[in-house]
Design a binder for this molecule. Structure first.
Ligand SMILES: [Zn+2]
Length: 348
């Protein structure tokens, strides 16, 4: 199928993101934004449509027509103002006393902190027979956006993982371009979790085509789900299906699967597209419809600390209710990866 796509030069260039290879411009986070793209049809999964017209026939568990991949980036666990106090206390207190400090703190968090809500998110998803992926940062104090020590979350990570939800790595500001940084963080997270990590998303969606994919593959990740524009929802390379990226510099497929990110919560509202809640919802419904039409996978990023109109999970639940009414297979990144790599990819 990849051979057929190669013969269509325009779609091949879009699929491989040729325009990103030598782009002279980037935004302040070294990202290639949609506003620099020559592609003006980001809401149209053109490459996926071509593949479907040429025989791609994905099927999903339970005969579901399309899939929804649920993901959460965990940027913050503690409210910003509190952590310095705890951090200082911890530096002075050793041994068992550290736990004595942490335990009451976590109780306070659960009550007053919308960031400490992994279990609440899981309960909500379970209501819709769904699981999701949580991508955790593994930053050290002093690194940009440091908010928590991953070792302090051991019990939470094990709770998430033992119930069948996924724990993946949320790479730091430098990880997307540094193998050493990426592997150090992966190993640190794996040590806390006690098992291998297969899924990845970089913080701030920082990503370099094709280098980040190559680094991730070398670091033994099985899938990435960073690849979407921060400044616009939609299909960055015209794909609404998982795919194996292609490195045009060396003329080879990269040994990793990309679950393209279609919708990030922050893209829609204040930070980038500046839609109001009603228009954002219309756009989400429109994107779901397209993915459904081509039997694709719509990957959504919902931050654990997102608050819309004072509500942290109300709009997320609205989304869950809607897709479950459409009879989608709702799954974590790991579940989508496993299903795609064992059932769909070998046939195409
Ligand atoms: Zn992040």
């Amino acid at each position: 199928m990849i051979e057929k796509l190669k013969q269509n030069e325009e779609l091949w260039d879009l699929f491989t993101k040729k325009e990103e290879y030598n782009s002279a411009l980037s935004d302040q986070y070294d990202r290639f934004p949609y506003y620099l793209s020559g592609q003006r049809s980001v809401f149209d999964p053109r490459v996926s449509r071509f593949l479907v017209e040429n025989g791609l026939r994905p099927e999903y568990p339970g005969g579901k027509k399309f899939a929804v991949c649920l993901t959460h980036d965990i940027d913050m666990v503690y409210p910003e103002k509190l952590y310095p106090i705890i951090g200082t206390a911890k530096a002075f207190v050793k041994g068992n006393l550290t736990d004595a400090i942490k335990t009451p703190f976590s109780r306070i968090n659960k009550r007053c902190n919308p960031c400490w809500n992994f279990r609440e998110i899981m309960e909500l998803e379970a209501k819709y027979n769904a699981k999701s992926s949580f991508y955790f940062l593994a930053l050290r104090p002093g690194e940009k956006d440091f908010n928590y020590e991953i070792e302090d979350l051991e019990a939470e990570l094990k709770f998430i993982s033992s119930h069948g939800w996924e724990v993946g790595l949320h790479g730091g500001h430098e990880s997307y371009k540094s193998f050493e940084d990426m592997i150090e963080k992966k190993q640190r997270l794996e040590k806390v979790l006690g098992k291998q990590i297969i899924g990845y998303r970089n913080h701030f969606l920082r990503f370099k085509v094709p280098d980040t994919w190559e680094l991730l593959s070398k670091a033994n990740f099985k899938y990435d789900t960073t690849f979407g524009y921060a400044d616009c929802a939609g299909f960055r390379n015209g794909m609404c299906h998982p795919f194996r990226p292609y490195n045009i510099n060396i003329g080879k497929q990269i040994d990793i699967i990309e679950l393209p990110l279609i919708v990030m919560d922050r893209t829609l509202l204040r930070s980038y597209m500046r839609l109001d809640v009603k228009k954002a919802w219309e756009l989400i419904k429109n994107l779901i419809e397209k993915v459904e039409q081509y039997n694709g996978v719509i990957t959504i990023l919902w931050h654990n600390n997102t608050c819309i109109e004072g509500e942290s999970l109300k709009y997320y639940e609205k989304f869950l209710k809607y897709v479950s009414g459409k009879k989608a297979w709702i799954a974590s990144g790991e579940e989508v990866y496993n299903w795609w790599s064992t059932n769909i990819e070998p046939r195409h």
